[in-house]
Design a protein around this ligand. Structure first.
Ligand SMILES: Nc1ncnc2c1ncn2[C@@H]1O[C@H](COP(=O)(O)OP(=O)(O)O)[C@@H](O)[C@H]1O
Ligand SMILES: [Mg+2]
Length: 269
């Protein structure tokens, strides 16, 4: 075997080329091109219906693109995936998941279910002692050990969201895909959640956030991609892309942009 003296150029975290996705008869993403590098925290910002959730489902192979000759969908440098292996490398927290999660499942089972990428756990599934210890450790650090035996339905929205974050982290994924992570949370839960997400970035997780909430963009995210009607309309450094002009165009409403401590917020102009 000949070993190169040069280390190979690391492939991007994800590469999407010319991907179009339909939801029923609706074109949800159109000829999308997007490359994100390892460690490049990115927010994909767009109004309702822009195709943000569709994009995350495309990455998780819950939806498939239309076959085009120059289509490319590569994650971690790899095109072909066994979907269970792929999903174990992506930590996903979505609103869909929270609303569809069965209420009787207890906290530890929610976290364990992440190990098999299932919603809830099933009697046929066996979890080793090591897996149970791992799930309990993550549950304790992200959501608090007292939630281990509590039914999901008995918990507050913020507690449920933290459990789903623990579920997403149970595989120790390199990347976390967050879909409107703080929507529906009260201020305390929202700020706690954002603090946890920032800690995870400092621990080396790459965050890809899709949202229409400007206030939930952590200061550590420096790349902003604007998505409207299934197309990328801007992509670049936050300070260039996140402006009153671009956001007024994106959301089709006059607005003012405020900044404080690296966080942004908008108010009517
Ligand atoms: N299950 C579905 N069936 C048909 N159309 C859908 C479905 N889910 C989403 N869509 C449509 O696809 C487009 C993109 O939706 P989505 O990715 O959920 O946008 P976002 O997350 O940015 O709000 C929208 O026009 C939406 O109405
Ligand atoms: Mg959505």
């Amino acid at each position: 075997m000949i070993l190169s003296a040069h280390s190979p150029v690391a492939s991007p975290l994800l590469e999407i080329r010319n991907a179009s996705v339909f939801r029923g008869r609706t074109s949800a993403l159109e000829n999308l091109h997007l490359t994100i590098d390892h460690g490049q925290h990115t927010v994909i910002l767009g109004p309702n219906g822009a195709g943000k959730t569709t994009l995350l489902k495309l990455l998780a192979r819950e939806l498939y693109p239309v076959a085009e000759p120059d289509l490319l969908l590569r994650l971690f440098g790899q095109v072909q995936w066994d979907i269970w292996t792929l999903r174990s490398r992506l930590g996903i927290v979505s609103q869909d998941l929270q609303t569809s999660y069965p209420g009787k499942v207890d906290g530890l089972e929610v976290v364990l279910s992440g190990l098999r990428s299932t919603i809830g756990t099933y009697a046929y599934q066996q979890f080793s002692q090591a897996e149970q210890d791992q799930a309990l450790r993550i549950l304790t650090s992200v959501a608090g050990a007292d939630l281990a035996d509590k039914p999901f339905q008995s918990l507050s929205s913020g507690q449920q969201r933290r459990l789903l974050l623990a579920r997403a982290l149970v595989h120790d994924p390199e990347v976390l895909l967050l879909d409107e992570p703080t929507s529906g949370l009260d201020l305390t839960a929202c700020f706690q959640y954002l603090t946890t997400v920032r800690e995870l970035m400092h621990q080396g997780k790459t965050i890809i956030l899709v949202t229409h909430h400007i206030h939930e963009i952590p200061p550590e995210i420096h790349r902003v991609v604007l998505l409207r009607e299934g197309k990328i309309v801007a992509d670049g450094p936050k300070l260039e892309v996140l402006t009153e002009k671009t956001l007024t165009n994106l959301f089709a409403v006059p607005l003012r942009l405020l900044e404080s401590g690296g966080f942004f917020q908008v108010v009517p102009a």
